[in-house]
Design a protein around this ligand. Structure first.
Ligand code: NAD
Ligand code: UGA
Length: 472
């Protein structure tokens, strides 16, 4: 039993982590009042939208949970001050992107939002507050948070009224699978120095997670474990992508290789699917962050080692756009190409760092006219990611670069090639013989996710390139 009684929770940041995580907390802990607060007014408005298909984040199963908990014990607000003031426990779940300027630009995490959150907490918190790092942070960030909070504690005129414990509780959910990951995590990691505070957080998780899956560590191990987990996962993808290129030249089949090595329990069978290069908001930024830390500690060889994971990832994207051009007789200028999938993976509307962005930009640069179809990504998002400003172009000029398609059939009309970039399940079930007649000939399919039945597509008349397989 912890001496801290938790009744009110605040989460700063209503993003891909804050929103779904707190929804699952609210679902399992009816006695807690949970307030998710954000500076972004539009985001909060969408979280409060009556129609849950308008939530700012698409995650299977999220809508139902929000419907069951919202305005009962789960609230979304822009009133950060009040939500902090009332909270016994505060999760910092804000964005930590790579710095774009100043010291460490291009590698270090930009901690300005974390620092701002810590300062807001220092200012408005009352009584004893357990502050939990949910965002992914460089190892030793807790020190900074502690300094900001403990300073305000010392400045407090009535010291008994404001005290803090700082914990690290990184999130391991993966997008598209967030609810399942949160409902049934393989482990929950809590790092900290105040064992009573750790107990208080563990007690919340124990409402639905077995105790033996709740790991307690020191705060630095917890921070570093999160970066390490993402680095190892990304490393596996770069490893299999590197092997995919060898397969394409040797008649080895990458799926057979994945299966063969994955049955060795020391290797394991997950995260061995080749693809166009990993995307998402975290793998690249967390590895860059690790590289930055290594350099900070003068571990230059270690920094170079992890950097290679990103080098291969970028190379994979580049080689895909190049081979599309090569296969289409060395030019895609004025050729219409269908892009299937823009999200960085299936079952999410998130496009951050999606391989599709770089590949589409490269193809546009080569003069291709893209028709892009993604079942969940909105037109504005795609335009933003591609750096297309509609105000700079007439409607006709824009059509010379790209169109947003509302359906698969619309996307492929009169195209020379279909390039599958996201593994949405509807792309696995395409009836190739139906599509073939509507395409320019020779018609190509580039399957960068290895999800289609190549024999059926070839039988329908297509030329097919599939990742990790020799094109015959
Ligand atoms: P996000 O950008 O979707 O959400 C962050 C939110 O924080 C934004 O809505 C932003 O407006 C808000 N915010 C920023 N500063 C604020 C402040 N001072 N007060 C109130 N709100 C503020 O980011 P995300 O994807 O949810 O990621 C959050 C953190 O979790 C990152 O550190 C990320 O590395 C980590 N993480 C993300 C995932 C994932 O799948 N996306 C998984 C595990 C961990
Ligand atoms: C990843 C981790 O899996 C989570 O544990 C972690 O919490 C999260 O990052 C984070 O810190 O943000 P996420 O990025 O949502 O989750 O999605 P993943 O399923 O890991 O996929 C990342 C990228 O790798 C996607 O582009 C995906 O298509 C690609 N991938 C994944 C492959 O190319 N091959 C695979 O075998 C697996």
């Amino acid at each position: 039993m912890s001496k801290y009684k938790i009744r009110n929770i605040c989460c700063i940041g209503a993003g891909y982590v804050g929103g779904p995580t707190m929804a699952v907390f609210a679902e399992h802990c009816k006695d807690l009042k949970i307030v998710v607060s954000d500076i972004n007014k539009e985001r909060i408005k969408l979280w409060n939208n009556k129609n849950v298909s308008n939530l700012p984040i698409y995650e299977p199963g999220l809508g139902e949970i929000v419907l069951n908990t919202r305005d009962k014990n789960l609230f979304f607000t822009n009133n950060i001050e009040e939500s902090i003031r009332n909270a016994d426990m505060i999760f910092i779940s804000v964005n930590t992107p790579t710095k774009t300027k100043g010291v460490g630009a291009g590698k270090a995490s930009d901690l300005r939002w974390v620092e701002a959150s810590a300062r807001q907490i220092a200012q408005y918190a009352t009584g004893h507050t357990i502050v939990v790092e949910k965002s992914t942070l460089p190892v030793r960030t807790a020190k900074t948070i502690q300094k900001i909070l403990f300073n305000s504690q010392n400045n407090n005129t009535n010291e008994s009224k404001k005290t803090f414990s700082v914990l690290s509780n990184p999130e391991f959910l993966s997008e598209g699978n967030a609810i399942a990951d949160l409902e049934n995590p393989e482990r929950v990691l809590i790092g900290g120095e105040d064992s009573e505070a750790i107990d208080a957080l563990a007690k919340i998780y124990k409402n639905w997670i077995p105790n033996d899956r709740i790991i307690r560590t020191n705060i630095w191990s917890s921070e570093l474990s999160k970066l390490t987990a993402n680095a190892f996962l990304a490393q596996r993808i770069s490893s299999i992508n590197a092997i995919s290129a060898i397969c394409e030249l040797t008649e080895a089949d990458v799926n057979q290789v994945s299966k063969s090595i994955g049955m060795d329990s020391r290797i394991g069978n997950k995260f061995l699917s080749p693809g166009p290069g990993f995307g998402g908001s975290c793998f690249q930024k967390d590895i860059l962050n690790l590289v930055y830390l290594c350099e900070h500690y003068n571990l230059h060889e270690v920094a170079r080692y992890w950097e290679q994971v990103l080098t291969i990832n970028n190379w994979q994207k580049d080689r895909i756009s190049s081979l599309v051009v090569n296969k289409l007789f060395g030019t895609v200028s004025n050729k219409k190409l269908a892009i299937l999938g823009f999200a960085f993976k299936a079952n999410t509307n998130d496009t951050r760092n999606s391989a599709s962005i770089k590949i589409c930009k490269d193809l546009i640069e080569e003069g291709a006219i893209l028709s892009i179809y993604d079942p969940k990504v909105k037109k504005n998002q795609i335009m933003n990611d591609l750096g297309i400003n509609p105000l700079d172009l007439s409607e006709d000029e824009e059509k010379e670069i790209w169109t947003n398609s509302e359906s698969l059939d619309e996307a492929i009309q009169d195209t020379h090639a279909i390039i599958i970039l996201t593994e949405w399940s509807e792309f696995k079930e395409i009836k190739w013989d139906k599509l073939f007649k509507n395409m320019a000939k020779p018609a190509w399919i580039f399957d960068t996710r290895s999800i289609i039945n190549v024999n059926l597509a070839r039988k329908a008349g297509f030329n097919v390139w599939q990742i990790g397989n020799l094109t015959k």
